[in-house]
Design a protein around this ligand. Sequence first.
Ligand SMILES: Nc1ncnc2c1ncn2[C@@H]1O[C@H](COP(=O)(O)OS(=O)(=O)O)[C@@H](OP(=O)(O)O)[C@H]1O
Ligand SMILES: Nc1ncnc2c1ncn2[C@@H]1O[C@H](COP(=O)(O)OP(=O)(O)O)[C@@H](O)[C@H]1O
Length: 250
Amino acid sequence: MADTVNRGFVVWFTGLPSSGKSTLAGLLAQELPLRGLPVEILDGDEVRQRLTKGLGFSKEDRDENIRRIAFVAKLLSRNNVCAITAAISPYRSVRDEARRDMGRFVEVYVKCPLETCIARDVKGLYRRALAGEIQNFTGISDPYEEPLNPEVVVETDQESTEASLGRIVRRLDELGYLTLGQPQETTHVPIPTYLVQKIKTRLDGDSRKNPSTYVVEVLSGLLGEEQPVTMTGERKALIEARLKALGYLE
Ligand SMILES: Nc1ncnc2c1ncn2[C@@H]1O[C@H](COP(=O)(O)OS(=O)(=O)O)[C@@H](OP(=O)(O)O)[C@H]1O
Ligand SMILES: Nc1ncnc2c1ncn2[C@@H]1O[C@H](COP(=O)(O)OP(=O)(O)O)[C@@H](O)[C@H]1O
């Protein structure tokens, strides 16, 4: 029978230039298809070369930019796609407008102190803005309004990209956006939350034990087999690596 439930949603990244929006959007876009979710990214830079070409950085133009991104994200999400947006989207009111219009909307605040963003200066634009060569630059000569109630906050000056990604994926899982996903490929193993919790609970009890032993034990238990499940070292290492990447194991 055809699946008639719409599984699409919008992940709306917001944050200062160089805070980490594009990096995390790209990583999330690799992660979700492993759970059977089709993905499209609407990244600020690419969108501005196409969908919103010609718009500048006044408040009016930024709001128009965000409204067009939100419009496309809505079309995608109501057709089963996870639409990931990665624009600065500095103004709270237009972000909230997108939220109201969308329904299935997850706001991710990519939080990073201005000084760290300036030190990163991924595109060299902070330097130019500080030298007075670029006007109305967010964080320097234009405002950024922090979200008041985002679904997720990642602090990219304090955690690795993998830890930030893990935080986002866990929150999406908690909010129920990942539960119906079916894996589309088997080279990467999407690990169900209940299994991860089982492994973690047992590991918490005894930190000296080897995680792979527990992975095999838990799988064997779930399958009700008396003999341990046979698994190659490579397979075990893959599962361990994914548990670590998702922040479930140290
Ligand atoms: N004045 C000014 N202010 C902020 N950003 C500027 C500006 N001029 C150019 N850029 C570059 O454009 C990228 C931001 O575009 P966005 O579409 O994300 O901005 S907005 O959401 O409409 O505010 C932004 O990309 P990121 O650094 O990836 O965020 C900048 O590279
Ligand atoms: N936890 C993290 N999440 C995202 N990016 C991080 C993190 N820690 C360090 N970074 C680095 O910060 C930079 C962010 O750049 P980018 O993703 O282009 O920012 P933005 O899209 O917000 O302008 C990258 O060089 C990235 O490797």
